[in-house]
Every structure is written in structure tokens, then in C-alpha cells.
Design a protein. Structure first.
Length: 309
């Protein structure tokens, strides 16, 4: 049995406009790296974090609390050492905390010869999200663990479904270099929803899921609409409207806030369109004077993967 493993922990786009806290998808070429080792001292230790100023204390680190949740359920004395090489910036809206908690539980489960299914790991990784944002949402950790597009059908009991992922879909993501904390971005939301808007939103969730399974790209595009969350959160994101208009004008199927922002995603039907969309978005943001990153990524249908063993 291998005692140590290096893994790629992917970034994710949650919500996908219509599916606040329930829809998400996994990116292919954006993510963290982590080295996880099984040790003889039965404790969870974070021995190294590079690329971000995050706590090394196990109880304050999302990877630490997620692994502790797994080991509690495993119920045998196991020691774990975690090294984190952050590439996803905190507060970016592309699942930075989810990548850390997911990567850690996936790797520990692998090193223990897989006592838990990937679906079972979702609950452990959610403990990291609870620590990071005060809310144990699963729409980033589920796609990072299962790959592709995922739906959280229910939180109580937890019921996560992996959806079909049409191979032509490509994500463009712009990350303006401002930090929007998920907890802050959640605090601007209203606790009650207008019935007419709710009808529109759940119609879109159904349409989006049907569009994925039937590979109906027009339907996917029509369903990428958010009448509840986006109007409240988009004011936190500079040039959101201009980016969205530019992306749609260049052929994106849809465009919206990635997770809790400030990143913005645009979904396209081909790498060619996604690249053209990225240039149009770059043009818009170049005029703001803000620093930003742009990623163009296929959908990662696998989730966390091994770099070396
Ligand atoms: N669904 C969560 C939110 C995702 O929008 O607050 C956070 O990344």
C-alpha cells in the first residue's frame, strides 16, 4: 500500500446561474496540488502550505477538519500529513476551499484502500466548507470529487447526483483580483424568494439538467439564467454586465457569477468559441485597471486525480 500520494485538486464552478447551492461543475486545468502521507503518529498534521497565507492548525484549516471528519467515521487510529500547494486564490469564487478539503479526503481515502465511496466523501469535504463560509454547501465539493456536472438533489438527507457532461462544453472563467468572501456574498441574499421567480428558477434547473443529458446546447444556454441570486450579487463584481454582454455577443451559451464571485464564468460549445469569448472578456476587463486572470478549461469528468505516487 502506498504511504504517500501527490494529487491535483480541481477548481470548480458552483451554482451555474440557475442552481444556487445545488449545481456545479469541475474544471480541468485549474487547481491546487497536494501531497498527502499516512504517518505512524495518529494525528492530522498540516506540515506545509505554499502559495497562500492559510492556517496550519488542523482545526482552522479546511483540509484538516475534512480529514478529521473522515477519520472519525473510519474509527481506527491513523496519522495523516498534509502539504498544500495552493494555486487557486482564496475568495476567488472557483472553489478554493473545496479543492483543499476535497483533495485531502480523496487522497486519504485512496491511501486507506478506499473504505468510502466518492459520494460518501462529499459529506466529509463539506465540513471544510462549513469552516470556510459558515455553511456546509456541497456544490463545489461534489463536482471536485465526482467530476463533470453534479446536482445536490437534497441536503437532508444528502443526495448528490452526477449528471451527464457533454464533451463539447468549455468554460471561460475570469477572476478579477479582488476578494469576495463567500460569507459576505451570502449575507447580501434575501431569505425569502418571490414565488414567480422561484417558478422561473426551478424551470431553468430542470431545463439545464435535461439539456446536459440530451446534449441540447440551446436548452443549456436558455437555462443559464438566474433571476434570484445574480441581481443581488452582481453589484459586488466590477463590469459584470459588460462581461456578460460581451460573452453572449461572442457566442457563449450563457454567462453568470461563478460560485459566490467575484469570478464570472461563460459556458461555450467549443474550445474555439470559449477562446474568442476569453478575448472579448479580456478586452472589457483591460479597461478597468484591475488585475485579473482568465482560464479556459474543458470540463474535467474525473475530479481529483493522482499526479504521482
Ligand atoms: N453556492 C455557494 C454560494 C458557492 O453561492 O454561496 C460558494 O462557492
Amino acid at each position: 500500500m502506498a504511504k504517500s500520494i501527490k494529487i491535483f485538486a480541481p477548481a470548480t464552478v458552483a451554482n451555474l446561474s440557475c442552481g444556487f447551492d445545488v449545481l456545479g461543475c469541475c474544471l480541468d486545468n485549474v487547481g491546487d496540488e497536494m501531497k498527502i502521507s499516512i504517518t505512524s503518529i495518529p494525528e492530522v498534521k498540516i506540515s506545509k502550505i505554499e502559495g497562500a497565507d492559510l492556517p496550519l492548525e488542523t482545526q482552522k484549516n479546511v483540509a484538516g477538519v475534512a480529514v478529521e471528519a473522515l477519520l472519525k467515521a473510519y474509527d481506527k487510529p491513523v496519522g495523516v500529513d498534509i502539504e498544500i500547494f495552493k494555486k487557486i486564490k482564496a475568495g476567488s469564487g472557483i472553489g478554493s476551499s473545496a479543492a483543499s478539503s476535497t483533495g485531502a479526503v480523496w487522497a486519504v481515502n485512496h491511501l486507506l484502500n478506499e473504505p468510502f465511496t466518492p459520494h460518501e466523501l462529499v459529506a466529509f469535504a463539506m465540513e471544510g466548507e462549513k469552516l470556510a463560509s459558515g455553511n456546509a454547501h456541497a456544490d463545489n465539493v461534489a463536482p471536485a470529487l465526482l467530476g463533470g456536472f453534479t446536482l445536490v438533489r437534497s441536503y437532508k438527507p444528502l443526495d448528490v447526483i452526477k449528471l451527464h457532461s457533454p464533451s463539447d462544453l468549455v468554460m471561460t472563467v475570469i477572476h478579477p483580483q479582488i476578494e469576495v468572501k463567500t460569507s459576505d456574498s451570502r449575507s447580501v441574499l434575501k431569505q425569502n424568494v418571490d414565488l414567480k421567480k422561484a417558478i422561473q428558477q426551478w424551470g431553468n434547473v430542470g431545463g439545464f439538467v435535461a439539456g446536459l443529458f440530451t446534449e441540447n446546447y440551446d436548452l443549456i444556454g436558455r437555462s443559464l439564467e438566474d433571476v434570484i441570486i445574480e441581481p443581488l450579487r452582481s453589484i459586488l463584481i466590477p463590469e459584470f454586465k459588460a462581461v456578460k454582454e460581451a460573452a453572449i455577443a461572442k457566442g457563449a451559451l450563457g454567462c453568470g457569477i461563478s460560485g459566490s464571485g467575484p469570478s464570472i464564468f461563460a459556458l461555450s460549445k467549443s474550445m474555439e468559441t470559449a477562446t474568442i469569448v476569453s478575448e472579448a472578456i479580456r478586452e472589457v476587463y483591460s479597461q478597468t485597471g484591475l488585475d485579473f486572470d482568465i482560464h479556459v478549461s474543458k470540463i474535467n469528468n474525473q475530479g481529483v486525480r493522482i499526479i504521482n505516487q
